[in-house]
Design a protein around this ligand. Sequence first.
Ligand SMILES: Cc1ncc(COP(=O)(O)O)c(C=O)c1O
Length: 378
Amino acid sequence: MTTTTKLDRFMQDVRPATPYLVVDLDIVEANYRALAEALPDARIYYAVKANPAPEVLHRLAALGSSFDVASVPEVELALATGVNPSSLSFGNTIKKERDIARAFELGVRLFAFDSEAELLKIARAAPGAKVFCRILTSGEGAEWPLSKKFGCTPDMAFELMKMAATLPVVPHGISFHVGSQQRDPGQWDAAVASAALLFRRLEEKAGIELKMVNLGGGFPALYREAVPAAAAYGAAIWDSLRRHFGNRIPAVIAEPGRGLVGDAGVIEAEVVLIAEKGDAAGRRWIYLDVGKFGGLAETMDEAIRYPIETDRDGTASPVILAGPTCDSADVLYEKNAYLMPDSLAIGDRVRIKSTGAYTTSYSAVNFNGFEPLRAYFV
Ligand SMILES: Cc1ncc(COP(=O)(O)O)c(C=O)c1O
């Protein structure tokens, strides 16, 4: 259950104007602890992009989390928690050279790349830094796959790591991301196998001894479909590490984003309009005061299917859910079956659950004049 008494109490007692997100920091902490327990030998680098709120970062820093950052502002946000810059990994494979230089100046010493040009930028702008190469994964089993935009083939990684050894950087490790909201813990196996093979090839053929494997993110939040517990991910991943690396398991890091903050948040929204529009299936259109541009961007292609609740009961019928902006793309769910109570009325509040990840940071600044999604932390 996402809606804890703490979140319920906030929604009932404080009752801010909608739409807004409220995040229970104790759930963030519990998710962190569960993953840390499931992967006891891994160091956790929270992916700041999932929810960059200082409240979240401070709570995680206090628990000993390190941080995966995607930009200089994220470096600065993470450092503002007081963590040492050695706890940061600049995991974005697409960086301006001056941003690499700035992060290096701020003390960051760990950088990702997946192409020759990016590696050369790091070598110029961050001499002496440790680098890790991101390899491609299939993304199979993930509800938010990260596609071919990131990562290179293992053969390219082999060549790039050999090149890294000739540059003023330290070839340090291999990373991958099996796709966000990865519901199959078995999907790490092929990537761990590729990483282990690269470790062996680089050592045997080039005398390069890598030290770190980065498991990426992918750990799920609880949306409408059930997901395995953190322990199942830990067990499957550790089994893969043991099988593929044998008794030479390197330093392991993980970069969870969604899995730590997703089910810690609820967006409370209001029904703005209910309309009959001649839908062939007779469904009502329900327009909310939050949509794709107000923070629910991950409803793109209906990839992330949030649970939605109201206080109404009685019979429920299929509906089409949409946001409030004058943009036809601002439809949340049309293909997936969403049922809402027939008694639902304009002005009612609805709770969109498990919205702690990739919402505030995705919300538009002023599209149609709507302010960015406000967030509260309890
Ligand atoms: C480099 C990197 N690490 C970690 C994450 C976090 O992934 P997730 O939210 O699936 O845990 C992302 C997400 O895009 C990423 O790009």
